[in-house]
Design a binder for this molecule. Structure first.
Ligand SMILES: [Zn+2]
Length: 361
């Protein structure tokens, strides 16, 4: 087994999404900095993400949309018709300096991650996971759909059976729809029921190979284990995937301001670890996540687990100095827990397994 690789880029240090957007918080940069501070990015573990070219982007996105996004990003404005047609320059998907470069780098990173996975290196790309992007429009804070490109790259490499598992709090609608007609791709999405985009009900099988597991508020560690052991792993045993792509949005964690799931990061680390081991080629992506502390801790610790690093008993002052200054408009100061600033691992959050969860199995 070759050493895993972390795909990143310095441009994620730049402010993005404007001042009042839920994604206007540091996420990838703080996770990356935590890993760096912990000594977890040494010895060639870090790979700089390339940008995707327009020709690459047009493999999934329409040429008109790619050009419109580039122009809007360069000029900082968008005509009303373009806004309407492509969903850009809105409250949801705002324009901001560096938008096109950032979005196309996220695609380039997922393509590179898939190329590395084909070479036998587990690839972690926390800036990926924009699972709502559509061929002709932005959706749900996602301008392009980088998981689609990771999957296309793996299929290009000869993969015949691919499993995509989406652990973000929101339904992985854009990825499911992109491959609904492709018999090589199976998709599973575990997400909070009754949340935007309101698709992905238990009866939704997409083109026939999608499995959707909508879960109730307060979804806990024990319930995650039941779904992973009772649905996802048995499905994987039937498919025998040659490649696995995982979207690991941090909004499924307890404390996220935009969703109401209650997972601990340790439960998600274990689930991702089990899923990542299912195939010889694995790409692990990020996704949503609107609590800057829980995002940074989840993704940093996920890299630590995937690359088999030793976890410190307590975070050193340099690591705490990354978590301490974080701020979030969506979370009241008195709700910021001390452990979010001082530790990496959450306490596990087991609980009763509710009827709705058993019904999904
Ligand atoms: Zn999400």
């Amino acid at each position: 087994m070759q050493a895993p690789v972390f795909v990143g880029h310095d441009l994620y240090r730049q402010a993005a999404y404007g001042r009042h957007h839920p994604l206007a918080i540091p996420r990838v940069e703080s996770a990356t900095e935590l890993c760096r501070t912990l000594g977890w990015l040494e010895n060639g573990a870090y790979c700089i993400s390339p940008h995707a070219s327009e020709a690459q982007l047009e493999r999934f996105h329409s040429a008109g949309y790619v050009a419109a996004l580039r122009t809007a990003s360069e000029t900082g404005s968008v005509p009303a018709g373009v806004r309407q047609r492509h969903g850009i320059g809105t409250m949801e998907n705002p324009l901001f300096p560096g938008l096109f470069e950032r979005a196309s780098t996220s695609v380039g990173g997922s393509i590179r991650a898939a190329e590395l996975a084909l070479q036998g290196r587990l690839a972690f790309h926390p800036a990926g996971g924009t699972h709502h992007g559509r061929p002709d429009r932005a959706s749900g804070f996602c301008y392009f759909n980088d998981p689609v490109f990771a999957i296309l790259t793996l299929l290009d490499g000869g993969v015949e059976r691919l499993l995509y598992v989406d652990l973000d709090a929101h339904h992985g609608d854009g990825v499911q729809d992109a491959f609904a007609q492709d018999p090589r791709v199976h998709t599973v999405s575990i997400h909070e029921q009754g949340r935007w985009p309101y698709t992905g009900g238990a009866e939704d099988v997409g083109g026939g190979r999608a499995r959707n597991l909508p879960v109730p508020r307060g979804f806990n560690d024990s319930e995650l284990a039941v779904l992973v052991d009772g649905v996802v792993l048995p499905l994987a045993q039937r498919i025998r995937p040659e490649a696995v792509v995982l979207t690991c949005g941090a909004d499924a964690l307890e404390g996220d301001p935009l969703s109401a799931m209650a997972l601990s990061n340790v439960a998600l680390w274990s689930a991702v670890e089990a899923l990542a081991a299912l195939a010889p080629a694995t790409v692990v992506l990020g996704g949503g996540g609107y609590n800057p502390w829980t995002v940074a801790r989840y993704w940093a610790g996920l890299w630590g687990r995937l690359s088999e690093k030793e976890f410190p008993r307590a975070l050193a002052p340099e690591a705490r100095a990354i978590l301490e200054p974080l701020r979030c408009d969506l979370i009241d100061e008195e709700d910021v827990r001390a452990e979010w600033r001082e530790t990496l691992a959450d306490a596990p959050n087991p609980g009763p397994v509710r009827r709705e969860i058993h019904d999904l199995v």
